[in-house]
Ligand binder design. Structure first.
Ligand code: KG4
Ligand code: ZN
Length: 347
């Protein structure tokens, strides 16, 4: 009988934007056990400003980070984990520093390994937390990363080996949702609000552009869409609820069309084994459904790996998972030099 080795328990910490998150995840040979997965969202705090205020975000992270780490470690304290993974970038500089300083302090006190993780690699790893996805996980994989700050198509040749296939030339998909919502007078964050209204609207009611859809590259552009929203909406005098819902459905359809078609084209070109759908915008049900259906129809041999609902928006279980990939290869960061990298590109 073969004895399985002891699990590697990783303490994950994420404070790059408006969510304070701490997780404790045990990685066994064949299985992953998420022991704790805490997320404290600052959305209600930022809602009154209509967007994230960096200084407010950083200050709010401080008490939450301490409280969630204390809760995750419990009475076992420093004995509860074997290594630490912390988001080092990209993100808001002062917000990132809160998680990083907490992580460095714990690394010094516990004498355990620490690794700085790229937030986007964390989003990629969120799909790997799902057991079924893991069972079929084989390279090369294509990841569509869609969040508030990023829209990227990344080719993954192995754990930690990435190639940038396409990216947005201006706004991210999440920004297209958030900025359009603002123009429509809807609260922050706009994505969930537009998605909710879209379920009650007609996606063909308004004709909105699909910028760069016929462009041969795998790049995206969403700023033209935002301008089209402004022009189309400012013509409306006293729009009805039905018109607003129809507009949201038309806008969501435009964004989904662009994302789905570019992703499928890239998957065809690179002959990938599977397609990952990750990042905050992947919470969009319409996007999940359309991409899943198109893959089944056009690329029946290709797996579809969306991340679990629990790990879509910013969280620390995904940071722990990416940390595990690196720690398994004996990669770590010196706690003395670990610092925030606010503009850190994945590739
Ligand atoms: O990954 P994430 O939590 O934070 C960043 O790293 O940016 O993504 C947040 C983004 C926001 O732009 C938000 O509007 C969008 O994800 N989002 C959605 C939905 N839920 C969140 N966009 C469209 N439909 C949704 N259901
Ligand atoms: Zn994110």
């Amino acid at each position: 009988m073969t004895r399985s080795s002891a699990p590697l328990r990783v303490l994950g910490i994420e404070t790059s934007c408006d969510e304070t998150a701490v997780a404790l995840v045990a990685f066994h040979d064949q299985q992953i056990e998420v022991i704790h997965h805490f997320v404290s969202s600052q959305i209600p705090i930022h809602q009154k400003y209509g967007g994230v205020v960096p200084e407010v975000a950083a200050r709010s992270h401080v008490p939450e980070t301490v409280s969630l780490i204390t809760k995750a470690l419990g009475e076992t304290g420093m004995g509860a984990f074997d290594a630490i993974a912390v988001t080092s970038g990209p993100g808001l500089p002062t917000a990132l520093r809160v998680g990083i300083e907490a992580a460095r302090t714990i690394a010094y006190a516990s004498k355990k390994s620490i690794i700085g993780i790229n937030h986007l690699e964390g989003h990629i790893a969120s799909a790997w937390l799902n057991e079924e996805n893991r069972a079929h996980w084989k390279f090369p994989l294509l990841a569509l990363i869609v969040s508030g700050g990023h829209t990227e198509l990344v080719l993954m040749q192995n754990f930690g080996v990435y190639e940038l296939i396409g990216q947005t030339r201006d706004d991210a998909a999440g920004e297209a949702f958030d900025k359009s919502a603002k123009l429509l007078g809807l609260p922050y964050p706009g994505g969930p609000e537009i998605a909710k209204r879209a379920t009650k609207g007609n996606p063909n009611a308004f004709s909105l552009p699909r910028p760069m859809l016929d462009d041969p590259t795998f790049d995206f552009s969403f700023s033209g869409l935002k301008t089209a929203v402004r022009l189309a909406w400012q013509e409306r005098q006293n729009p009805s609820e039905t018109e607003l819902n129809d507009f949201c459905a038309s806008l969501e359809q435009a964004i989904v069309d662009i994302l789905v078609q570019k992703t499928l084209r890239a998957a065809h070109a690179y002959h990938v084994h599977g397609i990952l759908l990750v990042g905050g915008v992947s919470a969009n049900e319409h996007l999940r459904r359309e991409l899943g259906e198109q893959i089944r129809q056009e690329l029946p041999e290709t797996y579809f790996f969306p991340s679990d609902k629990a790990y879509i928006t910013d969280n620390a279980a995904m940071i722990a998972a990416a940390g595990y990939w690196h720690l398994k290869k004996n990669e770590q960061t010196d706690w003395k030099t670990l610092d925030a990298k606010p503009d850190w590109n994945l590739v």
